[in-house]
Every structure is written in structure tokens, then in C-alpha cells.
Design a protein around this ligand. Structure first.
Ligand code: NAD
Length: 469
């Protein structure tokens, strides 16, 4: 049974933040060995709680064990393994050249922990999206407060219990709660805030952070378009689109939101997509063990309002009691339809068509900058045209979702889809202030830098030009 979420009052929040500040100021988080110890502790905690986490994900989103492991628990364990192997290298200062004019000296960039950090998570990948940033926060030597989403209550409870059992609250703690707790946290001064959620709440977080001049990462959402050219591998394209759209029942920030399909291939593509939807989840997806459910009634009702019976060409079946919405295709959709006016975040795929690639580019550029942009085409010239003439957080050609699974590619949005990026070393960098250090020796001292300058400018000009490189 999930424990009801209780909002945390300002006074509770103030005492938690103050405990963490004391802990950070004690210097206990800073040595690389203590970071490694805490990362190992997190790994141990996750392994011990693995089955309970997967169970909670099932209860919250009907995520199958396999999907839960691949996209949440396993994903985080991989991040942890990488951080454990590489953190000693990441923390090393990066030497940079010191110009002749500044000799004798050395210069370097020292990754420095920010201090007390806050991670606010959403409900759709409620474990991964708290833990993946946390790995970087710990590796970078910070303390951290985690605020899970109140919608994914089972996962929130389990994460709360796990962290309380394995960590000292001065170092790492979970503040469960909803909007109220989140607002109370945001009223306090943090040294870094990492937020994942909607663009609307992202604005609120940014404003709250601005009051304290706190740096932020904002991992937001929006409509991610998927262009499908006529030159494609039909079966693979359809499979990859269906995979990306229906993972977690469409509740993925980088799910292809809508299709922009070349008119010459549209009928064939639609036929193949229907075939793949049936082959992945059966004729009745409600009976599939691998098909998720909508998080709650509020989102179920929102999604139901986006369904237009006249435009549904596949699926459309819904069951409010079960929070089930069938994989659904809508055709003949225009930009005036409700489904094109907001991020869908559910298993509904609208289809729009184009004749020239420029039309698809214009449609994308008329909206706000997407988090992900997908383009299926065998023609490099068209792919190049799309990449060069659009702006998005990331791009994936001839596949969906997979660009975020490559740890070597920083993941984040641009414009309304977000600010900053993370994954792998960039998570560590995100949670570290890049402190510039110049270390001078007492061996040499250039006298003409000091007043009175007299006629020194004539001498200084060439010196600056040749020796300041
Ligand atoms: P949300 O913005 O409603 O909530 C996110 C978090 O903010 C929750 O913990 C919630 O308690 C808190 N919150 C809500 N209202 C608040 C307020 N007024 N003041 C302070 N805090 C508040 O987002 P969601 O519904 O949980 O998640 C869905 C959205 O997140 C979608 O837009 C999706 O695209 C986006 N998302 C983005 C990414 C990414 O990596 N870029 C990943 C997952 C989800």
C-alpha cells in the first residue's frame, strides 16, 4: 500500500536544507574517496531495492519488469558503474596553457562541487530521472535533496525509504510531496537546481532560482516532430517509430509527438505502422504485459479530449477505470486540431503530410524548439537540410529515442525544451562549477605592469600582442 503524500512545511524544509549546508561545509563530501564510497552505497541500495523499485514502477505506470529495468533501474546502474570507473579522472584539474606574459605560472580548471543541490523529478520515468542526475551530483561532491513527483506515489515512497535507510540525511535525503513541498523547497537557497518536468513548471523553477541567482538545468518537454521521407526502409522505420511512440504508453519526453510524412509513402507507412502496433502489443493492447497505462485520471481525461473520432484511423479505445488508451493513429490532422496544440504525452500519433521537405521544416520552425527531432531518410542531402535548418535539443536520424541512450551524447533541450544537458561525464560537469585557477610563482615579476606607467604603453603593446597567447 502506498503511503499518502504529505506536503512538507516551510519549517521542515528549512531545517533539512540547513542540515545539508552544515554537512557540506564540514567538507565530508569533497574527497574523491568519499564520493566513491557514496556511489558504491547508492549501488548497493539500488541492488537491494531492485525488486521493490520495479514493483513500484508497475503499480504507478504498469511498466513491465523488462521495460522498468531497461529504462530505469538498469539505466541508472550503468551510469553508476561508469561514474565509479571514471570519477577519479573526472575530478582531476584540467591544465590549460599559461601565456608567456603571465609566466612564471600554471593555469588549470578545477571542477568544484556547488554545495547543496536540489533535484526535482517528474512521474514518467520517476526512478531514472531522479537517480541519473543524482549520480552526477554525488560524483561532483555535492549534498542533495531529491523531490520525486507526487503522481508516481509508489516510486516516490520506495525511493524515500531506500535513501533514508542507506544515507545520512545531511548528505542525501528525499522530500516527498507535491506542489506545496516543491514551492517550499524552491523558496530556499540552493547552490544548484536540476529540474525535469514541464515547460510551464520549468518557468516557475527558473524564476525561483533567479531570486538566489542559483544556476539551473531545466530538462523540459514539448512536441518532438518525426519527419518521414519517401526514401526509407519501411519496416524498420515503422518499427522504430512505434517503439518510440508506445514506450511507457507514449509518456516519454522524447517520444515522437507527431508524424510529418511524405505524401508518396503515407499509405504504405500507415499500413506498416498498424502492422507493427499489432505485432508488438497484439490486436488488443490492453491484454499485453508490455503495454503501460496512463499515470492518472487527470492525464487520462486530458488525452481523451485530444481524441477526435472523425480522424481516428486505428485504435481509439479507452477505459477510464483501467487508465487504458489503445495505441491510436489520427489522420487528416491539421495544426488547428487540439492534438497539435500541446505536447501529447500519450499513445496518440497524429499524422500530417508534406510534399517538399521544406514544408516539414517550416511546420517545425513555426513551433517552439523541440527536445528531440526525428528524421527518417536515406538521402543525406535531405537529412543535412533538416539538421541545418531546424533547432532542437537533439536529433536522431532513422531511429527514435536511441540518441538519449548513447552516454557520449549530452542530453538536453534548447529554448522552451530546456536549458543545459547531462548524461555520463556531462552530468558530473553539470553539477561542478568550473573554477579557473592561475597559480603564479615568485620567480619573475614584470615591472611595467605596475604604476606609475609613464611611457610604458609603447613597450606594453607589443608585449601584450606577442606574449599574451
Ligand atoms: P510537472 O512539471 O508537472 O512536474 C514536475 C515536478 O515539478 C514534480 O515533482 C511536481 O511536484 C513539481 N511541480 C509541479 N507544479 C509545480 C509548481 N507549481 N511549483 C513547483 N513545483 C511544481 O511535470 P510532469 O507532469 O511530472 O512531467 C511531464 C513533463 O515533463 C512533460 O512535459 C515531459 O516532456 C517533461 N519531461 C522532460 C524530460 C526531459 O528529460 N527533458 C523527461 C521527462 C519528462
Amino acid at each position: 500500500m502506498a503511503t499518502a503524500i504529505v506536503e512538507k512545511s516551510p519549517s521542515i524544509v528549512i531545517s533539512i536544507v540547513s542540515e545539508q549546508r552544515t554537512h557540506f561545509n564540514s567538507g565530508k563530501t569533497k574527497s574523491v574517496n568519499s564520493r566513491i564510497k557514496q556511489l558504491k552505497q547508492l549501488k548497493q541500495a539500488i541492488l537491494a531495492y531492485e525488486s521493490r523499485i520495479l514493483e513500484a514502477l508497475y503499480k504507478d505506470l504498469r511498466k513491465s519488469e523488462t521495460e522498468g529495468y531497461l529504462t530505469e533501474v538498469g539505466f541508472v546502474l550503468n551510469d553508476l558503474e561508469e561514474a565509479l570507473t571514471k570519477v577519479k579522472r573526472w575530478v582531476k584539474p584540467k591544465q590549460v596553457a599559461t601565456p608567456l606574459f603571465h609566466q612564471k605560472g600554471a593555469s588549470y580548471i578545477q571542477p568544484d562541487p556547488y554545495g547543496v543541490t536540489l533535484i526535482i523529478g517528474p512521474w514518467n520515468y520517476p526512478f531514472q530521472l531522479l537517480m541519473a542526475p543524482l549520480v552526477g551530483a554525488i560524483a561532483a561532491g555535492n549534498t542533495c535533496i531529491l523531490k520525486p513527483s507526487e503522481y508516481s506515489v509508489h516510486t516516490s515512497n520506495v525511493v524515500g525509504e531506500m535513501i533514508a535507510e542507506y544515507f545520512d540525511a545531511g548528505f542525501l535525503t528525499v522530500v516527498e510531496g507535491g506542489v506545496e513541498s516543491s514551492k517550499n523547497l524552491l523558496a530556499e537557497k540552493f547552490d544548484y537546481i536540476f529540474f525535469t518536468g514541464s515547460t510551464q513548471v520549468g518557468r516557475i523553477v527558473y524564476q525561483a532560482a533567479a531570486k538566489h541567482l542559483t544556476p539551473v538545468t531545466l530538462e523540459l518537454g514539448g512536441k518532438s516532430p518525426c519527419i518521414v521521407d519517401k526514401y526509407i526502409h519501411l519496416e524498420y522505420a515503422a518499427k522504430r517509430i512505434v517503439f518510440g511512440k508506445l514506450l511507457n504508453a507514449g509518456q516519454t519526453c522524447i517520444a515522437p509527438d507527431y508524424l510529418l510524412v511524405h505524401k508518396d509513402i503515407k499509405d504504405k507507412l500507415v499500413k506498416e505502422i498498424k502492422k507493427q502496433m499489432n505485432s508488438f502489443y497484439g490486436e488488443d493492447a490492453s491484454k499485453s504485459d508490455d503495454y503501460g497505462r496512463i499515470i492518472n485520471e487527470k492525464h487520462f481525461d486530458r488525452l481523451s479530449r485530444l481524441l477526435d473520432g472523425d480522424k481516428i484511423i486505428f485504435g481509439g479505445k479507452t477505459d477510464r477505470k483501467d487508465k487504458y488508451i489503445a495505441p491510436t493513429l489520427m489522420d487528416g490532422v491539421t495544426m488547428d486540431d487540439a492534438v497539435m496544440k500541446e505536447e501529447i504525452f500519450g499513445p496518440i500519433l497524429p499524422i500530417l503530410e508534406f510534399s517538399e521537405i521544406e514544408e516539414a521544416i517550416d511546420i517545425i520552425n513555426a513551433g517552439s524548439k523541440p527536445l528531440a527531432l526525428y528524421c527518417f531518410s536515406k538521402r543525406q542531402s535531405r537529412v543535412t537540410k533538416v539538421i541545418e535548418n531546424t533547432s532542437s535539443g537533439g536529433v536522431c536520424i532513422n531511429d527514435t529515442i536511441m540518441h538519449m541512450a548513447n552516454p557520449n551524447l549530452p542530453f538536453g533541450g534548447v529554448g522552451e525544451s530546456g536549458l543545459g544537458a547531462y548524461h555520463s561525464e556531462s552530468t558530473f560537469t553539470t553539477f561542478s562549477h568550473q573554477k579557473s585557477v592561475m597559480h603564479k610563482s615568485f620567480l619573475v615579476d614584470v615591472p611595467m605592469r605596475y604604476p606609475p606607467f609613464g611611457g610604458n604603453l609603447k613597450l606594453l603593446k607589443p608585449l601584450l600582442k606577442y606574449f599574451n597567447k
